[in-house]
Design a protein around this ligand. Structure first.
Ligand code: ADP
Length: 588
């Protein structure tokens, strides 16, 4: 996105408040125009004073008083309007920043899991905070400076030509010099600054990744290694940043030198002109003031270009995320049939993550309402992927999945996900209170409902033992709870949601015997009266299953009840002997 289009986009993000934004910018232009009057008045006053000194003329004295009154009037107008613009500009920019930030957040939450698997949350966070900061700064600049600087230059330059074309030519040359400098700097530094920004994103990603795995970092004594990892990213960042800084330092030097030389030339030429009688002292003073204003505007324009080079990569990253379309979107004709009965049918379903290697292929199976289907097979066989397709974390490339006879894309995404509960193996909890986490299952759950769900999930005892009961915080990702407690809490959450279809990824991590018994009892409770899909790791679970689907290399190679499959003596029988029986024997 080039600068002009990027800037237009920044202004479009003012959304419904765009009109107020433009009003403020135009008001500021009016203010800047009022300021043109000052040098003209100043020049006139000096000429009037010179005349009074020469012949004590009373008529000139009246003119002088009028001129002074006019100046006071303009001054007051500027102060009043300036205050109003400043107040509104800040409020508007802050309001819009929060609105855009919230929109970004909502948008990112809707992006598919596939997107999140490839993009670290730390990066998304950094893009959100810095992108909205940059937008805020750009908007403020637009209300307060950009327009007035631009329009001032457009007005001041021709006006100075009109005042004294010889001196004005110097200003024109200076402006042309500044414009060339700005173009050169943008060419030189835009790409470099984008590279710097990528390093900033790497830095944010790395830092948040380390912080998110703090237990690992500490237990593996990785503090030094992680710090030095971060330091090396910071060093790369600095190495990329320094050349940009050098270019801009050069720009500052050139700007300063250019303005000083121009002012000196104006004084020298001006003195010569007034000695020749080609300009009055008042005209000289007016012109000097003009020159200072033009130079000030040009400096702020260069400052704006600098800021733009600095912010453009952040803004581009921000808009890139904002423009990423969720691959799964509700079709206009999608329906919300309410609570499903719970029949699930996969027919010829194939899916590949990378478009080449199939993760699952030609899946065919049906689950009747209330049945319990166990998915077994080695890791990487495609069990999680098939269930991810069921709650539309991804869409299959071919085949169809139906719930109660309705194709998944025909259902509203919200409706689909309300009907499916997922209990993940790696328990996901918010860093909020236990009650808040349970409310994720049912936002309007009463205290009584929460207690009953917690009790059925064997979670009530530890919740009541916690210092603040249901109001106790669970820590980041539930770190303040034990593994078994986290699982029971997530089961209680699923019970509150009470979906007709449940996806369960059985935990493989070893729990102590009492905790395991509690978790299993909780699982039995949550599976009652629902169509349940379990990625099973235990003999007890597969035995109970209505049907077992045996996965290998993304395909279902056997399917049937435990006894049928065991009797068949095929892949499942071997797997059961090797995996479940030994695992369960060990657990006993
Ligand atoms: P299982 O649940 O049986 O262990 P998965 O469904 O997780 O198997 O994996 C099936 C295949 O898909 C594996 O080859 C795995 O490497 C691949 N896979 C799983 N998740 C992803 C992902 N997010 N991106 C790319 N490939 C994936």
């Amino acid at each position: 996105m080039d600068f002009v289009r990027l800037y237009q986009r920044v202004l479009r993000e003012l959304g419904s408040e765009r009109r107020l934004g433009w009003t403020l910018a135009l008001a500021n232009v009016a203010l800047a125009s009022a300021q043109f009057a000052e040098p003209i008045l100043f020049g006139r006053i000096i000429d009037a004073l010179t005349m009074i000194q020469a012949d004590k003329n009373n008529a000139v004295l009246t003119t002088l008083i009028v001129l002074l009154a006019a100046w006071a009037g303009f001054g007051l107008f500027s102060i009043l309007c300036g205050t109003l613009v400043a107040l509104h500009a800040d409020r508007l920019a802050h309001r819009r920043r929060q609105a855009v930030l919230t929109d970004y957040f909502e948008h990112v939450l809707q992006l598919p899991l596939a997107y999140h698997s490839g993009t670290h949350s730390g990066r998304l966070m950094k893009v959100m905070l810095q992108g909205t900061d940059s937008l805020w700064a750009m908007w403020l600049g637009f209300f307060r400076e950009h327009m007035s600087a631009f329009i001032s230059l457009l007005v001041l330059l021709p006006l100075s030509l009109f005042l004294n074309w010889r001196l004005a030519l110097l200003l024109v040359v200076l402006c042309a010099g500044f414009a060339l400098l700005a173009i050169l700097l943008v060419r030189k530094t835009d790409k470099m600054q984008s590279a710097v920004e990528r390093h900033y994103s790497d830095l944010a990603e790395r830092a948040s990744d380390t912080l998110g795995n703090i237990a690992l970092v500490q237990s593996y004594a990785r503090i030094e290694a992680e710090v030095s990892g971060l330091r090396s990213v910071a060093e790369r960042l600095l190495a990329a940043q320094i050349p940009v800084l050098s270019w801009w330092a050069l720009a500052t030097v050139l700007t300063r030198a250019g303005t000083t030389i121009t002012i000196l030339c104006i004084i020298i030429i001006g003195t010569w002109l007034s000695l020749q009688g080609l300009a009055t002292i008042g005209e000289m003073v007016t012109f000097m003031n003009f020159a200072v204003m033009v130079i000030g505007r040009m400096e702020s324009t260069i400052g704006f270009v600098n800021r733009m080079v600095w912010d453009a990569p952040r803004l581009r990253e921000f808009f890139e995320v904002l423009d990423t379309r969720p691959s799964l979107r509700d079709r206009p004709d999608s329906i919300d049939p309410g609570r499903a009965v719970g029949e699930v049918a996969f027919s010829n379903v194939s899916f590949s993550y990378d478009g080449r290697m199939p993760a699952v292929a030609e899946l065919n199976f049906t689950a009747k309402p209330g049945e319990m289907i166990a998915l077994v097979g080695p890791t990487g066989a495609g069990k999680s992927t098939s269930l991810a397709l069921l709650h539309r974390a991804f869409d299959p490339q071919s085949g169809s999945i139906k719930i109660d006879g309705v194709d998944l894309p025909e259902l509203k995404l919200g409706a689909l996900r309300r009907n499916i509960g997922v209990v993940f193996q790696e328990t996901l909890l918010f860093n909020r209170s236990i009650a808040d986490n349970l409310h994720a299952g049912k936002p309007d759950a009463t205290e009584e409902e929460m207690r009953s769900a917690a009790q059925r999930a064997q979670a009530l005892d530890f919740i009541e033992r916690a210092p603040d009961g249901f109001q106790s915080r669970v820590g980041e990702r539930g770190r303040m709870l034990s593994g078994g407690e986290r699982q029971r809490l997530s089961i209680a959450r699923a019970l509150l949601k009470d979906p007709p279809i449940l996806i369960l990824d059985e935990a493989t991590s070893a729990l102590d015997a009492t905790t395991e018994a509690k978790v299993l009892a909780a699982l039995d409770e949550v599976m009652k009266n629902r169509t349940t899909f379990v990625i099973a790791h235990r003999l007890a679970t597969v035995r109970k299953a209505t049907r077992i689907l045996v996965f290998e290399n993304g395909r279902i190679i056997e399917s049937g009840s435990f006894d049928e499959l065991f009797a068949r003596g095929g892949a499942f029988a071997a797997l059961a002997r090797a995996q479940f029986m030994t695992a369960d024997a060990a657990a006993e």
